[in-house]
Structure formats: C-alpha cells, structure tokens
Design a protein around this ligand. Structure first.
Ligand code: PEP
Ligand code: MG
Length: 549
C-alpha cells in the first residue's frame, strides 16, 4: 500500500480503480505558410467552433452544477474574443508567415506566463484558463476533439492537473473522485468539484506513472489521504466510513422542506450567502429560507464603470422575484480593501482593510450610494428586499445613512416610483459596533454579524495573510463573547440577529449559537442542510445545562 498526502477541496470517501487522465498531447509544429490571410481565416473559423463547443459545455454545466459554476465557460468564450489575444495570434501569423497552430501556441504560452507572474491570486489562476483555450483552439485547428474519459466502471480520476473544461466534460456518473498533483484551492476546478459533490484532492505529493493506472485506490477527502493498493484493514475501515457517508447524504435530502426547529421548539432561520443572482438556483435547491447576504459589490467588480440605477434595479428585482416573497438581504457595496474596482480611483493605501472602504465610500460619495439605494428601493416593490450596511462603527453613521435614505424615498415619491416596506440592518463586523450594539439596536431592524472581518479586526490578524493561520483562532473567546453581547443587546430592543460570516457555517458551534439565541445563520447554499440536521437534533435547554454537548 502507498499513501500520499494531498489537500482536500471537498470531503467524502471514494473507493475504486484509478484512471489516469492524460491530456490529448498536442505537438505543435512551426510551419511556413504563404497565404497569411487564408491562415487568419482558418484561425477565425477555429475560434468560432471553439466558442460553439464552449457554449455546449456551458449548457451541460448549467444543468449539472448550476449557472454560477458554469460561468467559467462563458469566461473562456470571452477570453477567445479578447482583442489582445486575437491581435497577438494574427500578428504572429502575418509577421512570421507561420501556421495558426503555432501562433496560438506561442500566444497561449506568453499570456499564461504573463498571468502566472501577476500578484493577484485570481489573475494568477487565469493562467490555466489561457492554456485551456489555446489547447482547445489547437485541437480544433488540428481537427481533433478534446479527449474524454471513456470508461464503464466509475473510477478515481488521477491527473497532473485538470482544466475546468476537462472536469465538466467528464461523465460525472462515472467519476468517484479527482486527485491531482497540481491545482489550487481557489481554482474553478476545485469549485466545480465541490459543487459536483465529488471528493477531490489537489497538490497530491505523488509521481504520476502508468503503473498505477487501473490500481485499486481510496480517496479520503476528510484528511486528504490517497491510498493506492490499500491493505485489507484500510479498505474495510474506509468502506465503513463510505457507508456512513452515503447514509448521511440520504438523510440530508429528507430534510428538505422541514422547519429549522430544535427538539425543545427553538426556531432559527437558515439563509444563504450569494455573490450573484446566478447563485439563486443553488439557494433554492438547498432549501434556504432566504438570502442572508447578497454581496452587491460583485456587481461593481464585474462592471467596467459604475453600474447604472437601472442595471442594478433589474438585478435586485430578479433576486426579489426569484425568491418569491422570501427575505433577500442585499448588502450595499463593500468595495475597498481586497475588493478593488479601478474606476473608483481609490488610490493607494498603506492599510486598505482599515481604509476607505464600504460604507465610508458611500458616505463620502453619496451620489454612488444614492444610485444603489434608489435601485434597491425600487426593487422592493417586487419582493421582500432588506438592506444591510457594512463596516459600521457608530450611531452617527447610521443616522447619516437614514437621512440619505429619506432623501431617496422623497425623490422616489416625487417621481411616483413605487417601493415597498424595506427592513434596514447593519453588519456588526467591527469591535466598535459590538461595543455600541446596545445603542445601534435602537436604530436598525436587524444585525448581521460579519465574523470574517470581526475576527480580523478583533485579533488584529489580516484575514488575507496565510502565514498568520497559526494565530488565527476563529473560536477565540473574545469573538464568542462579542457574539453573545450583540445578541443580548439586539434582543433587549426586540431586534433579530444573524451571523453571515464563515463562522455561521461552523457546525461545531451551531449548538452554542442556538444557546446564545442567534436568530439566523447565513451560509453558502451547500451548508444549509447539514446545519438543519444539527438543529433538528439539538435540545437547547439541555445543552445550556451542560446535559448535552
Ligand atoms: C464578514 O466580514 O464576515 C462578511 C460576511 O463580509 P465579507 O466576508 O464580504 O467581508
Ligand atoms: Mg466583511
């Protein structure tokens, strides 16, 4: 038996045979041509075919993994249309009088290295996408289809790395797990694997060789272990774990439609966090009671200029309508710090996490804020829209926001534009807001605790810096005490409190949150049913008395 360690991107156990996935190896030769315009035409036609193939993959992925995760194939289509990329290919064909395959291969390599050298993690990961589209173009030019796994027995796919288009082309009924030697946690492949509910390991410290093709193996997505030719003891231990997993998954499905209520009758709302209206399909599939955090800044990040009132109105209206009367809490733009949009021209800051961000931008540039508020209020005529303000530190800020909101409502009245009742809440994500929560509770309809930022500001630990992981204690008693304090202060004023930071999805704390009286947990859609299970099995009173852990 050989045991290797990888990094798990999705839990679960898989037992089966290995199938080594090899990319269709593309040997690109440099050939001299005589008619550059005919070669450019050949390239244009190949590009068109590649775009059609990607559209097919997009349609397939939408059905299997939802729109949000299929989006990568739209991105690939856009990359193929990118002017710089196209100019480079055509330029090489014309100036060097060479074949299109070669021009694409050179362009692909150059662009991939350019992305790989960028500081930003997201941009670095795009390097694999450029390689992927270039390989696709070369395959089309060579008259080949991209290779597919062809197997009858479900297998564990082992690969050096898998491009998103390769992952989605695989017949998912025949795949038990993915194990790759390379890959990064934030890559689209990792995200797709998670959504496909397949155990997946990346960065596995193994050598790929043909000898292991067809060998029996076990993937333990809980601890990142990959066993090749497992001994009997390991196999039976893993089989037991797998049986338990299958039972758990079946059970979770039966929880759809159930109320989130504890054994002793305490109710809690389970909502979903989203960044795009495309995620609403997943919200509904996982039976969320509403949307607890719609990170509206993604609308700004995806735009090249300030999104107009109407563009925003259409997005918020769609969300309200799709959620059909369920609460949709939209957070006003949280731009700044790690989320930068160039057109805001925010300038360089020494300490961006503590800089001009979120509500501070809205209060200093009220015209941007008002556009968003107008869109939100107008959308409230179509469903249950609630608004939440990020990064609040004082009562004064909330009062200023309220003044601006009143101006917006007055304008809408004057223009005879309809709007509904809109609940307004704030995020509690700064220590100042925690301390002031007794007074803030008098001013707002609800609180939502942003534990991601609250932890960073309380522990003075940059949430973006992986080298501080050992110091980052998300269960730090200071954080837990703060949550309790906020809940008590809100309840004194008859207001409800949720948690929309990552801690809300931490199942080891669910009982503690119930005992504290937290009213809502807003988590990524896939975490709803596991949380519901715990809630249904908890007796909060017994837990409080220490009779249950
Ligand atoms: C938070 O800070 O916990 C939060 C939910 O907001 P974001 O992660 O978008 O900063
Ligand atoms: Mg935050």
């Amino acid at each position: 038996m050989n045991v290797y360690q990888g990094k798990s991107v999705f839990g679960g156990i898989a037992i089966g045979r290995i199938s080594i996935y090899k990319k269709g190896e593309q040997q690109v030769k440099r050939t001299k041509i005589t008619d550059a315009s005919a070669e450019i035409k050949r390239y244009e036609e190949a590009k068109q075919t590649a775009i059609e193939q990607l559209q097919g993959l997009y349609d397939k992925a939408v059905k299997e993994v939802g729109e949000a995760n299929a989006a990568i194939f739209e991105i690939h289509q856009m990359m193929l249309e990118d002017d710089d990329y196209q100019d480079s290919v055509k330029n090489i064909i014309e100036t060097q009088q060479v074949n299109a395959e070669y021009a694409v291969a050179i362009t692909g390599d150059n662009f991939a290295s350019m992305f790989a050298a960028m500081d930003d993690d997201y941009m670095r990961e795009r390097s694999a996408d450029v390689k992927d589209i270039s390989e696709r173009l070369i395959s089309v030019l060579a008259g080949k289809n991209k290779e597919k796994v062809n197997t009858d027995e479900p297998v564990i796919i082992v690969a050096d790395d898998l491009a998103p288009s390769e992952t989605v082309q695989l017949d998912k009924d025949k795949i038990l797990a993915f194990v790759t030697v390379h890959g990064s946690t934030n890559s689209h492949t990792a995200i797709l694997a998670k959504t496909m509910n397949i155990p997946a390991l990346i960065g596995t410290d193994m050598m790929l060789n043909d000898e292991i093709d067809g060998a029996m193996a076990v993937v333990d997505g809980f601890n990142g272990k990959f066993y090749i030719n497992p001994d009997e003891e390991t196999l039976s231990e893993m089989q037991k774990k797998l049986d338990e997993e299958i039972e758990k998954k079946k059970l979770l499905q039966t929880l759809k439609g159930r109320e989130n209520i504890t054994l002793d009758g305490q109710k809690i709302m389970l909502y979903a966090n989203i960044g795009n209206i495309k995620d609403i399909a997943l919200v509904r599939q996982n039976d969320a009671g509403g949307i607890g955090l719609f990170r509206s800044e993604f609308i700004y990040l995806e735009s090249e200029d300030y999104p107009s009132e109407n563009d925003q109105f259409n997005i918020y209206k769609t969300a309200a309508e799709m959620m059909a009367g369920k609460r949709v809490i939209i957070r006003t733009l949280d731009i700044g710090a790690d989320k930068q949009a160039d057109y805001f021209n925010l300038g360089h800051e020494e300490n961006p996490a503590m800089g001009l961000r979120a509500i501070r931008i809205c209060l200093t540039r009220p015209e941007i804020f008002k556009t968003q508020l107008r869109a939100l209020f107008r959308a409230s005529a179509y469903g249950k829209i609630a608004i939440m303000y990020p990064m609040i530190i004082s009562v004064d800020e909330v009062r200023k926001i309220k003044e601006i909101v009143e101006e917006v409502k007055k304008e809408l009245d004057e223009q005879n534009l309809e709007y509904g009742e809109v609940e307004q809440g704030i995020m509690i994500e700064t220590p100042a807001a925690v301390i002031m929560s007794d007074e803030l509770a008098k001013e707002v309809d609800f609180f939502s605790i942003g534990t991601n930022d609250l932890t960073q500001y309380t522990l003075a630990i940059d949430r973006q810096n992986p080298s501080l992981d050992d110091f980052y204690d998300s269960h730090h008693p200071a954080i837990l005490r703060m949550i309790k304090m906020v809940v008590d202060n809100a309840h004194k004023e008859g207001k409800w409190v949720g948690i929309c930071g990552e801690l809300g999805a931490d199942t080891t704390l669910t009982k503690e949150f119930l005992a504290m009286g937290v009213d809502e947990l807003s988590v990524s859609p896939g975490r709803i049913l596991p949380l519901r299970k715990i809630i249904l099995e908890t007796d909060v009173e017994k837990y409080r008395k220490g009779l249950e852990c």
